[in-house]
Design a protein around this ligand. Structure first.
Ligand code: COA
Ligand code: ZN
Length: 314
């Protein structure tokens, strides 16, 4: 029997999920969510961001979160918007940052107040610095499929940016559908072209589930060979600076799809659903994955069956 092929997931709930919530969690509550995700077997977590606390109050004190992370629990990364964010992350001893670049100038100006080429230049500097510091840099291309300010994005733009940062040594380049505008046909074309040009090892996708196409987009990317996805526990998420952005595709939905396709994720569904319930309780607003009720019922049925099997005399 051959082992199932692996697909890895970064849960971005502790960052993308929490940054846009009305309720601001304490670092201890953020760590509680992280610990629940570790218990579920998530191999990788985006634990917060080093951004201006004036711009995103929910992400203040990410240094306290880093200080409380269980050692060797998972691959930990934090989002940074600029070199100051990089320095703050590095000072905590974190071994990975996720820098955001933009497939449109409009989104770059709205999110970080600088033009997109200035951010690309800053990212090049960061990659050089990070190589010297032995820190990994994941480069996420925001609005890779559609922009709230500029509409549809030319795939050639995304291909140019991806090629540039793969060549400059990014640990991974992630195509982010920041507002949930992507369609499966668009995902197929863009991920197909990138996988053919660069291989899949350092590519990933990040979808938002704004119009119920999240899982269809994951499927389209899997079919083209993408083997890394960002997802967010409980479908939490959304960018405060991108009008119309809803939650990320839910981790529990993605894990269910991948399990049914025969891939190994290393994630335990029962523990994952507990993490989703916790996310819900902590934020008071978590919408939950689209499959949550169904998954909970089938787990309940399974454990009832096991209990009844144990009661049967041998
Ligand atoms: N972390 C914390 N503080 C930062 C920072 C960072 N990464 N970068 C800049 N700052 C601070 C500066 O030190 C300065 O502080 P002061 O007012 O006490 O002197 C203040 O923020 C303004 O600095 P400036 O360089 O003028 O930035 P700005 O006001 O143009 O804001 C960003 C630019 C990038 C800092 C801000 O827009 C931001 O944090 N955006 C985050 C967007 C985000 O997280 N989006 C969602 C995820 S994609
Ligand atoms: Zn996102």
């Amino acid at each position: 029997m051959s082992a199932a092929e692996k697909i890895s997931i970064t849960d971005v709930g502790p960052r993308d999920g929490l940054q846009n919530q009305e309720k601001i969690l304490t670092p201890q509550q953020r760590l509680q969510l992280i610990e629940a995700l570790l218990k579920a077997g998530l191999p990788s977590l985006e634990i917060g961001s080093f951004v201006s606390p004036k711009a995103v109050p929910a992400m203040a004190n990410t240094d306290t979160v880093v200080a409380g992370l269980p050692a060797a629990g998972a691959y930990y990364t934090a989002l940074v918007p600029n070199l100051k964010g990089y320095e703050l992350a590095r000072a905590t001893g974190l071994g990975s940052v996720t820098m955001v670049v933009y497939a449109s100038d409009g989104m770059s100006r709205a999110n970080v107040g600088k033009d997109w080429l200035a951010i690309e230049a800053m990212t090049e500097t960061m990659l050089q610095q990070a190589a010297a510091d032995a820190v990994e840099v994941i480069v996420t291309i925001a609005v890779a499929f559609g922009c709230p300010f500029e509409g549809e994005i030319d795939p050639a733009v995304v291909e140019r940016i991806a090629a540039k940062f793969l060549q400059l040594g990014a640990a991974r380049v992630v195509l982010a559908d920041t507002i949930g505008a992507a369609s499966p046909a668009q995902v197929k074309a863009l991920t197909g072209a990138l996988v053919r040009a660069h291989g899949a090892a350092r590519l990933g996708c990040h979808f938002h589930d704004t119009r119920a196409l999240g899982l269809a987009n994951v499927y389209a990317a899997v079919e083209q060979g993408i083997r890394h996805f960002d997802a967010s526990i409980g479908r939490l998420g959304g960018c405060p600076f991108a009008p119309g952005a809803a939650g990320n595709v839910a981790t529990e939905d993605v894990v269910m799809l991948l399990q049914q396709l025969g891939f190994a994720t290393g994630i335990d569904m029962a523990a994952l659903l507990q993490a989703a319930t916790l996310a819900n309780t902590l934020t008071g607003t978590a919408p939950g994955g689209r499959a949550t009720a169904w998954l909970q019922r089938s787990l309940q049925k399974q454990s009832a069956q096991q209990a009844s099997d144990q009661r049967q005399p041998a």
